[in-house]
Design a protein around this ligand. Structure first.
Ligand SMILES: [Zn+2]
Length: 160
């Protein structure tokens, strides 16, 4: 959490943040939704702008903007619920051959609602969805250097 020195702006900002959050308003029953799943930590409902029929959003009940601020239990439950929904989509949805999981963490990544959420999207061959950017082949020396940087940031020892 950010250190706050002035109480008044905090109250106003925090209240605005939650009160104006469309997902918090759905969870509070102030806005309509088509619910899929409801548990202690996690809720799921259909996306109002589905990429394919059955496109479901899975999110923490708490108003948390970033995935990296979730508790370990929330991360676990988010993944488990996402997996359960994907299984149901594959078993029960006509034409669902596969599932795309998508989670944009931050505005630069395309996060549109500041309440972290996992998209679970049923897919079929030729549906036209998917990543548009193609990565470029990278040399091993550069890959190793970047992997080393990441291991240091993670606090894990070199794999040799
Ligand atoms: Zn929220």
């Amino acid at each position: 959490m950010v250190k706050i020195t002035s109480r008044k702006p905090l109250g106003k900002t925090a209240a605005l943040s939650v009160d104006s959050c469309v997902f918090c308003r759905i969870i509070a029953g102030q806005l309509p939704s088509s619910p899929v799943l409801d548990s202690d930590l996690i809720v799921a409902f259909l996306d109002i702008h589905p990429w394919n029929p059955g496109h479901t959003l899975v999110l923490p009940r708490r108003h948390i903007e970033s995935f990296t601020d979730l508790s370990p239990m929330e991360v676990e439950q988010l993944a488990l619920r996402g997996q359960q929904i994907a299984t149901a989509l594959k078993q029960g949805f006509d034409g669902c051959e596969a599932v795309t999981f998508s989670l944009a963490d931050g505005v630069a990544a395309g996060q549109d609602v500041p309440h972290t959420h996992l998209h679970v999207v049923p897919r079929r061959t030729g549906d036209g969805l998917g990543w548009r950017a193609a990565g470029q082949l990278q040399d091993r020396e550069t890959l190793d250097a970047i992997a080393s940087q990441l291991r240091t940031a993670l606090g894990v020892s070199s794999t040799g």
